[in-house]
Design a protein around this ligand. Structure first.
Ligand SMILES: Cc1cc2nc3c(=O)[nH]c(=O)nc-3n(C[C@H](O)[C@H](O)[C@H](O)COP(=O)(O)OP(=O)(O)OC[C@H]3O[C@@H](n4cnc5c(N)ncnc54)[C@H](O)[C@@H]3O)c2cc1C
Length: 425
């Protein structure tokens, strides 16, 4: 083989190579809001929704395929997202916009409709890192960190998962040893979104004196801290997930989060972030439906648009029905959270059920686009792969199911019988 010749191979732009249907760089109009959910929203929430939708369609849709393919992050969009004034929606004051919970959720829906990875970037920064500082930090920590995080002038990440402890995160083994003036952190984290470029890392570690989980704010230039990019992902390729190594990292006393005294304290943050994660698949599915709806009318076979075939219509309508149900469940959960009625079981049921329906929806969409259903240019293949990650993070489908199962039966089934001989089911 002539290697030189191989280097000269050119690609044809997809709009020239396949002129019959429009790629997702020119994003399709929203046709998935069939039951007119805007009627459930306040004017403020509608305006946040439209602001983020316009931004995502105009600024992100044209560039996302390129970044997804290269598994790189589009740093140029960070100041533009900051200018939208929607970050820190779950918090009041400290430069945060003070959005309603529903408006915050719509930020994730509209971001995920166009690109799920960017929705994850915002979620990890906002509803994990910022929210932990907001709910578990001291007044001084809130004043020091939140204003620049709200403007996206600094970026946050949230490090709980370890190589050996994913679903069983409460067993984590990263240690925090008290020394004069601070703490020494030692251990390893995995899968940490934004960690390769984050300025502020929220790190959970086991206090060697109390054996309880504590939380720390670690700055990116701390000696002994290293974050390395995880390669070869098939989904959420724009998200920069990292392996984080903590080799005797010194954290001063003032950067310990006073509100994290045990693993229990992480749960108030996880309850809110799980609610937001439950909204992401709604957005992913809406984008896929919108894309399929346009594609089926543009692409012709046997002299007719694909939309004219009964089986295709059946798939499309099944997707549409899923989206209406998913939206209503997520909306109701949000209202329950807002009024203080949401339990962990409620959040887990919504997250698991919605991701299940979304997985079916993106899979139907993938079928509907034929060969183009495996090309990232037409959104659906990308969303299909991204959806696999949502099914797994923030508690897998199975684990969230068991959380709800425990709540409705009163019987926990997380540990297999051989791990706890006293368990009698
Ligand atoms: C794209 C992405 C982004 C992420 N971002 C972050 C982040 O920013 N910060 C962070 O801390 N973590 C992050 N994570 C980690 C994520 O939370 C974990 O992947 C998740 O908790 C599952 O853990 P695991 O991958 O180790 O799977 P495992 O726990 O190994 O699970 C493997 C399988 O076993 C099943 N299983 C496990 N335990 C049980 C049980 N008790 N009962 C029944 N079935 C069980 C699971 O359901 C699953 O099917 C991210 C992950 C992904 C994929």
């Amino acid at each position: 083989m002539d290697i030189k010749k191989k280097e000269e191979i050119k690609t044809l732009d997809v709009s020239i190579a396949f002129p019959q249907a429009t790629p997702a760089a020119a994003f399709p109009p929203c046709t998935s809001d069939y039951y007119q959910f805007d009627d459930l929203l306040t004017p403020e929430e509608q305006s946040v929704r439209m602001k983020v939708r316009k931004f995502m369609e105009k600024e992100v849709a044209p560039i996302m395929t390129k970044y997804w393919e290269k598994a790189e992050f589009p740093f140029e969009v960070i100041p533009k997202i900051g200018a939208l004034n929607v970050i820190g929606g779950g918090l009041q004051g400290y430069g945060c916009p003070g959005l309603s919970v529903t408006a915050s959720a719509l930020v994730f829906v509209e971001a995920a409709r166009v690109d799920a990875s960017l929705s994850v970037f915002i979620l990890v920064h906002d509803y994990l890192a910022m929210l932990t500082i907001g709910l578990c930090g001291s007044e001084i920590q809130r004043q020091n960190y939140l204003p620049s995080l709200a403007k996206l002038e600094s970026i946050g990440c949230w490090a709980l998962t370890e190589p050996e402890y994913g679903s069983d995160a409460s067993s984590l083994t990263t240690t925090a040893q008290k020394v004069k003036g601070g703490w020494i952190l030692e251990g390893q984290k995995r899968w940490i979104g934004n960690s390769t470029f984050a300025d502020v890392l929220i790190v959970f570690a086991r206090n060697t004196s109390t054996n309880k989980i504590n939380g720390f704010i670690v700055k990116k230039d701390a000696p002994g801290l290293e974050a390395m990019k995880m390669e070869n992902k098939i989904g959420m390729r724009i998200v920069q997930n990292g392996d984080v190594l903590l080799k005797k990292v010194f954290v001063p006393d003032e950067d310990r989060l006073p509100g994290v005294d045990s693993f229990q304290d992480t749960k108030k943050v996880l309850a809110a972030s799980r609610l937001m994660v439950a909204w992401q698949p709604v957005g992913i599915s809406m984008g896929v439906y919108d894309m399929c709806h346009r594609y089926l009318k543009e692409r012709k076979q046997f002299g007719a648009p694909l939309a004219a075939f009964q089986l295709n219509q059946q798939k499309l309508v099944k997707m549409l029905g899923n989206i209406q149900g998913m939206f209503l469940v997520a909306w109701r959960l949000t209202k329950m959270y807002d009024s203080g009625k949401m339990t962990h079981g409620h959040a887990s049921l919504a997250k698991s059920w919605i991701t299940l329906r979304a997985r079916e929806t993106v899979s139907l969409g993938r079928e509907l686009l034929g060969g183009n259903g495996i090309l990232a240019d037409f959104l659906v293949a990308k969303a299909f792969c991204d959806m696999e990650a949502v099914y797994t993070y923030e508690g897998t489908y199975d684990v969230n199911t068991l959380v709800t199962g425990r709540e409705v039966t009163g019987i926990p089934t997380f540990k297999p019988a051989f791990a706890n001989q006293r368990t009698r089911l």
